[in-house]
Design a protein around this ligand. Sequence first.
Ligand SMILES: Cc1ncc(COP(=O)(O)O)c(C=O)c1O
Length: 398
Amino acid sequence: MAKINKNYSKLKPSYLFREIANRTKAFLEKNPEALVLRLGIGDTTEPLAPSIIKGLKTEVEKLANKKTYTGYGDEHGDIRLRSALKDWYKKRGISLDVSEIFISDGAKPDTSNISSIFAPDTVIAVQNPVYPVYVDSNIISGRDNFVFMPCIANKNFIPDLPEKKADLIFLCSPNNPTGVVMNKKQLKKFVDYAIKNKSIIVFDNAYAAFIQDDDLPRSIYEINGAEKCAIEIGSFSKSAGFTGVRLGWTTIPEEIEIEDGGMGALNKLWSRRKATMFNGPSNIAQEGGIAALSPEGLRESAKIIAYYMENAKIIKEGLEKIGLEVFGGVHAPYIWVKTPKGISSWEFFDKVLQETQVVGTPGEGFGKYGEGYFRLSAFGNRENIQRAVKSIQKNLKI
Ligand SMILES: Cc1ncc(COP(=O)(O)O)c(C=O)c1O
């Protein structure tokens, strides 16, 4: 008799964004005339940079021609893209070999799948509030050994080291949802902890391109010792607008040593997993990725990122003007708003929707320590963002 995976019943019944969609739909059914302004989901809205479009088209054209057609590629990714990423790291003083870089169809699948190369009883540390994928993917695979690292206002939303010994530590910086970024000193504490405790860090740097200050780390390998204890997961989604195109990567340095496998074991296991369960990313997406990492692609995408960061500034300053307490939004496209008068984040969600027609994301959806906060996304077109801020300023009763 086939049986279902009962671990799914341990997940929260409704995924955050579905609940938001349901409440927004109910509001629109009652108020069909309302123009809802969506600042909830962190999805890109601006067209891709011209040089990236050119790259994507080049591959499409190749597929149209018998002589240039290609089918399955390297399941670890096109060597040209891995080399381009190697160069990207090199510019930041990081030395990685192409064999340590694995191209994927995005950071979400990689952050979900990475735990599969670790033992079932692995103790997992995650920030709280947290990008829900790190927790849910581990629950689905049967793990319940979590250590939560609270990210609270009086510590600038930067986590302390895990209170209980953790084997695998997920860190996300710049952070979704709080919008704050860890500096080198703060990250170094985690690297030292990992080396001392033989733990491994999984560093999600999906928002690295939004960092405005060159002294802040865009990669964990900017920290001494990280090459011995850290896996990094990156994405083209937010840096190049690939949320729909789908492309990301994972780096696993050979130097990482794991107690029962030795040096290089994690790289080999991930390589094996990829060869078994993945047939490589789309060749079209990869050609786009190569274009995105070219000097022209980086320059053009930087303009789009600057546009989103100007949106973030408009939201941040606009909300501060009416006395709301606001965090993030300087090195990340997320603004983390403290709900006024201690109301719950779902109450605030409903209030903002009813009074201003703006949709945000209740902080509680990212974990217990997100309660009392509300996330606004700076992705979106300028007009929408300005309208949303004006509506909040004019209509929100606080
Ligand atoms: C922290 C974080 N990691 C990963 C992702 C997903 O990235 P991708 O689109 O590459 O799967 C997101 C998307 O919102 C995110 O916020």
